[in-house]
Design a binder for this molecule. Structure first.
Ligand code: S3P
Length: 446
């Protein structure tokens, strides 16, 4: 299966492209797609979803929802129907749940399972097996979830037994993480009373918005300068609601930066989600001098979206504050590529969380820059890139990380020499249409 670590690696090379042009629409948001299936599972009756991202990560969540008792059907392109069992109604799965490469699917489902009196084993590929899960298991343990087995250091495969009467807790997340917050909120759905999650830096709020939309009693108030306090009353009956998944800003980032870097380009990316907790990359690129016009702002699926018209731009280096990291956490690899072509230095501050993504992204980005002749340094948790003309010519190790693969393929569209990645298969986890979409704009990879 593509996008799976047991598939043979497929190298791919990007060469300097002529001006990119045209319109495109990137697939549905990965965060919302995972949640759409989970909400479908937890609502009683039929939830209809349109625009679902049909990437490997999300398909694993669909499989897990089935194993936990939902009927999940694909009716057409991005059109799915979930017949859910309701909060409290989950079935114990008969085998391990394999989440592949997906941190989001595995962590959110741990929360869902944690609020039910069932036992389940959560596992995934070699990348997922390296990722820290204690951050999820610790708050869940406070709620009464038992960890029956785990690999060293709180890693997958992990077997948990959820609770039929989880304790409502008040919990301050140690890092800004929507995955930690969401796992607790999903477990809290079955708790008798109010659970409160406090975050000192707000992370993406899709779970909270969808909980409110499905009829849960949830309040969100500011906490300090950048934080939020989220309180959820347990044991609601979630009502199925239609879900329209807007286009993923984290996927839009690749054609967007490609259009900025390839001289003469003029590309429009349609209907990109503009949730303010996801737009840190746009803010940063605009500060760098990017020519991006946002037009046709409208609401789709409860989120603001807009069309992004992007023209090739000469960028200048900027200082990206650490406080912006949660709103662009998945975009640093492609920002580092943009920075490599910008005049002067770009300092990206506070990147410690990058070390625990699909790969150690700080190291993978640094190695990719070095392989292509880009000057950089790491100071503590900051990455500083010195931009200019990019020599290219390197082969980048992707370490089972889709975003490393796509970022460096974009680099090769504008560098003096071609850039290769050692494996493109993982791109299917989040953006299966990446190659044909980029080819339609004029960027062919071979
Ligand atoms: C996600 C949250 C982020 C992000 C991931 C998707 C989510 O992870 O990196 O790609 O959908 O909740 P953290 O919450 O661990 O920062």
């Amino acid at each position: 299966m593509t996008g799976h670590s047991d598939a043979p690696p497929r190298p791919l090379t990007a060469r300097r492209a002529a001006a990119l042009a045209g319109r495109c629409r990137v697939p549905g948001d990965k965060s919302i797609s995972h949640r759409a299936l989970i909400f479908g599972l937890l609502a009683v009756g039929e939830t209809n979803v349109t625009g679902l991202l049909e990437g490997e990560d999300v398909l694993r969540t669909a499989d897990a929802a089935r194993a936990l008792g939902a009927q999940v059907e694909r009716l057409g392109d991005g059109v799915w129907r979930v017949h859910g069992v309701g909060v409290g109604g989950l079935r114990e799965p008969t085998g391990p749940l394999d989440f592949g490469n997906a941190g989001t699917g595995s962590r959110l489902m741990m929360g869902v399972i944690g609020g039910h009196p069932i036992k389940a084993t959560i596992d995934g590929d070699a990348s997922l097996r390296k990722r820290p899960m204690r951050r999820i298991l610790d708050p869940l343990a406070k709620m009464g979830v038992q960890v029956l087995a785990e690999a060293e250091g709180g890693r997958c495969p992990i077997t948990i037994r959820g609770s039929d009467d989880p304790n409502p807790i008040t919990y301050t997340t140690p890092v800004a993480s929507a995955q930690i917050k969401s796992a607790i909120l999903f477990a809290a759905l079955n708790a008798p009373g109010v659970t409160t999650v406090i975050e000192n830096e707000a992370s993406r709020d899709h779970t909270e918005k969808m909980l409110a939309y499905f009829g849960a009693d949830i309040t969100v108030v500011p906490e300090g300068t950048h934080g939020r306090r989220i309180s959820l009353r347990g044991r609601p009956e979630l009502k199925p609601m239609p879900i329209v998944v807007p286009a993923d800003p984290s996927s839009a980032a690749f054609p967007l930066v490609a259009a900025l870097l390839v001289p003469g380009s003029d590309v429009t990316i349609e209907g990109v989600m503009l949730n303010p907790l996801r737009t840190g990359l746009l803010t940063t690129l605009l500060e760098m001098g990017a020519k991006i016009d946002i037009t046709h702002r409208r609401i789709e699926g409860g989120e603001e979206v807009g069309d992004l018209r992007v023209k090739a731009s000469s960028l200048k280096g900027v200082d990206v504050p650490a406080a912006r990291a949660p709103s662009m956490i998945d975009e640093y690899p492609i920002l580092a590529v943009a920075a490599a072509f910008a005049q002067g230095e770009t300092r990206m501050r506070g990147l410690s969380e990058l070390r625990v993504k699909e790969s150690d992204r700080l190291q993978a980005v640094a190695d990719g820059l070095a392989a292509n002749g880009v000057t950089y340094r790491i100071e503590g948790d900051d990455l500083i890139v010195t931009g200019g003309a990019v020599k290219g010519g390197g082969t980048v190790k992707t370490h089972l990380d889709h975003r490393i693969a796509m970022s460096f393929l974009v680099m090769g569209l504008a560098s003096d020499n071609p850039v290769s990645v050692d494996d493109e298969t993982m791109i299917a986890t989040s953006f299966p249409q990446f190659r044909p979409l980029m080819a339609a704009l004029g960027a062919d990879f071979a």
